[in-house]
Design a protein around this ligand. Structure first.
Ligand code: GDP
Length: 297
């Protein structure tokens, strides 16, 4: 791995929290992510095509920002954690109020706890006549997870991802919880961060969605991601708008890599192209040797 220089406290600036949405299948993860994206990102954009790039940023009415990893389910979270990448600052765990705490809910709770990531519960589908949010909160209490309106410390909010009821309030609670984390990063250095997803596009070549976690990424930078490297030819935000620079907690899609890195791979920007290339080549070589070894065994 690439050694990272320690930042001086005075170089650190506040950054937006990075949030993952998890929960049991059909409890409303996709609906919630879609609702938030449509309300906060597309609104006001005349005819802008929203690209699905696996992550997006929203700015609330009060100007505060949240970055969402738009990969519902636990796959992204677990894949990234398995690769040693800690990307998520906070988890929203969606539980359907017409159902209960289910196996994947418990799994999501343990993932978040194991990663030391605070949880905000979104008790969803409260528009349904059969919804019983209190039953869900009771189940949580039985697991020693006391939410605020049950006298505990864990944030939760009743929402409907369908009508939008309670969603803004949920996001405000997410921001309150995030404030306690005092999230900061140094924007004034070469960028590093994590790959969210990557694929080969017929017309454009390799496209990687990355999350800048520190520093500022610029068009023309030389980057290394996993076993791949390249000069950043172009960067786009989730609206498909070309951008030239991206600071901490910004998700962007990047053109210019010579292959598709894996979700959870770290990326680093280098002063010099040769260095990025030679590390990528060394890693490729190492991978080959390892796969030869595993084939022999
Ligand atoms: P996921 O598997 O967790 O991503 O769940 P989805 O977002 O795909 O939602 C599963 C189903 O529940 C879909 O049919 C949604 O339309 C529905 N759904 C999600 N949220 C709500 C809600 O707040 N109210 C109602 N009535 N239905 C919802």
């Amino acid at each position: 791995s690439i050694p990272e220089e320690e930042d001086l406290p005075e170089d650190l600036e506040a950054r937006a929290p990075i949030v993952t949405v998890m929960g049991h299948v059909d409890h409303g993860k996709t609906s919630l992510l879609d609702y938030i994206r449509e309300e906060n990102v597309i609104a006001g954009e005349s005819g802008g095509i929203t690209q699905h790039i696996g992550a997006y940023g929203v700015t609330l009415k009060n100007g505060q920002k949240i970055t969402f990893l738009d990969t519902p389910g636990h796959e992204a979270f677990t894949a990234m954690r398995a690769r040693g990448a800690q990307v998520t600052d906070l988890a929203i765990i969606v539980i359907a109020a017409d159902d209960d705490v289910m196996p994947q809910t418990k799994e999501a709770i343990s993932h978040a706890q194991a990663a030391g990531v605070p949880i905000v519960f979104a008790i969803n589908k409260v528009d349904k006549p059969t919804a019983n949010p209190d039953k869900v909160k009771e189940s949580l209490a039985n697991m020693d997870l006391l939410v605020e309106d049950w006298g505990g410390k864990i944030q939760s909010h009743d929402i409907s991802a369908k009508t939008g009821q309670g969603v803004q309030e949920l996001l405000e609670k997410v921001l309150l919880e995030a404030e306690l984390l005092e999230l900061k990063a140094n924007p004034d250095k070469l960028a590093n961060g994590t790959v969210v997803e990557a694929f080969l596009d017929k017309g454009r070549g390799y496209v990687a969605t990355v999350l800048v976690q520190a520093g500022t990424m610029r068009v023309g930078d030389y980057m290394l991601a996993g076993t791949h490297s390249g000069k950043v030819k172009a960067m786009h935000d989730e609206r498909g708008k070309a951008i030239v620079a991206a600071g901490p907690s910004t998700p962007i899609s990047v053109l210019g890599l010579d292959g598709a890195p894996q979700a959870g791979d770290k990326f680093h920007v280098f002063e010099d192209e040769k260095e990025a290339k030679s590390i990528a080549a060394k890693r490729t070589q190492l991978q080959r040797e390892q796969s030869v070894r595993t084939q022999r065994h």
